[in-house]
Design a binder for this molecule. Structure first.
Ligand SMILES: [Zn+2]
Length: 315
């Protein structure tokens, strides 16, 4: 089946199709949208549409070109992305893309398509070597650069691309899509969306990793801790089914929300206690994000013991 753009991207899709039909497609477009919102699917759908020999506003899924594209081996499409274990697109990869653009297509009048994801992965040298091709590619070519909103891209790259900002999904659109793609309970679907607002594909990924269920257990455990029903060591053990950093970031978020509420209610003493706890999380987060190999369970036990002290002082 051919890839189509997601429902919340229908306005951007219509703008793009109008450009193609009026022969106003540029050499390069910059798609901006947060990751996990379906932006790559939009780029894939665009490639499928441009490759299809049919004349509908979406790929027919039947012609030889569509079948070839859907098999993932279309000779006119190239994806430029960081190779495994690297965050950056290497200059050699960009050189291969430039060669690819220079070759003539197998079919007459076909467009060469290059997806660059993420555009932030282009370092200065790689970006500079791409500039000339972006501006004046030989033959019919479309570069589709994908970036986060507000990404720090070279101005010379930005100025050569036509910007296209993709809409994010509304809560309702996201829920409809998630319900069709996941068998999780509505409660977990909503919890996943709260962790990834406007980004249903990321929410699905979190659901597949069991994050919302894990998080609601953690939240319940924290309430139980308050009532003395569980110990910090027990919570640490229960939370350790996910990386320690994730648990601590959740705790940080919960504590931040509590700080906001205390600040609004002018409860200065309690706020001080919560803020002091927030400070204690900083070095632990730094250590867990670093390259050393700290004992994750010990870090969790320490953090939950400290949190237990906070609750005791607030009682
Ligand atoms: Zn087709």
């Amino acid at each position: 089946m051919s890839v189509t753009a997601l429902p919340w991207h229908s306005a951007a899709w219509a703008r793009l199709i109008a450009m193609v039909q009026n022969n106003r497609l540029p050499h390069a477009i910059l798609l901006t949208a947060p990751s996990g919102s379906g932006r790559r699917q939009f780029a894939d759908a665009l490639c499928g549409y441009l490759i299809c020999r049919g004349d509908a506003a979406r790929p027919c899924g039947q012609c030889k070109q569509c079948l070839l594209y859907d098999s993932g081996n279309h000779p006119d499409v190239m994806v430029l992305a960081p190779e495994e274990s690297s965050k950056n697109i290497k200059i050699e990869q960009v050189r291969r893309a430039i060669q690819f653009v220079a070759q003539t297509s197998n079919q007459a009048d076909a467009t060469k398509l290059i997806i660059v994801q993420p555009a932030e992965g282009l370092g200065n040298a790689a970006a500079n070597s791409l500039l000339k091709s972006l501006e004046e590619p030989p033959g019919k070519t479309l570069f589709i650069l994908i970036a986060e909103p507000g990404a720090n891209l070279l101005p010379t790259i930005r100025s050569r691309c036509q910007p296209l900002v993709l809409e994010t999904a509304s809560d309702e659109q996201a829920m409809v899509w998630l319900t069709a793609h996941s068998s999780a309970t509505p409660e977990h679907l909503r919890a996943a969306l709260q962790l990834a607002p406007g980004r249903p594909l990321l929410a699905l990924n979190l659901l597949e990793q069991g994050i919302p269920a894990w998080r609601s257990v953690l939240e319940q455990n924290l309430l139980d801790l308050q009532q003395g029903k569980v110990s910090p060591v027990e919570i640490a053990k229960s939370a350790s089914t996910q990386p320690a950093l994730r648990a601590i970031q959740c705790l940080q978020e919960i504590n931040t929300n509590a700080c906001l509420a205390l600040s609004m209610a002018n409860k200065t003493e309690a706020l001080k206690v919560r803020l002091a706890f927030q400070q204690k999380l900083v070095p632990v987060i730094r250590q867990l994000s670093g390259t050393s190999n700290p004992n994750e369970l010990l870090a969790l036990e320490y953090v939950f013991a400290e949190y237990s002290n906070v609750i005791a002082r607030l009682d």
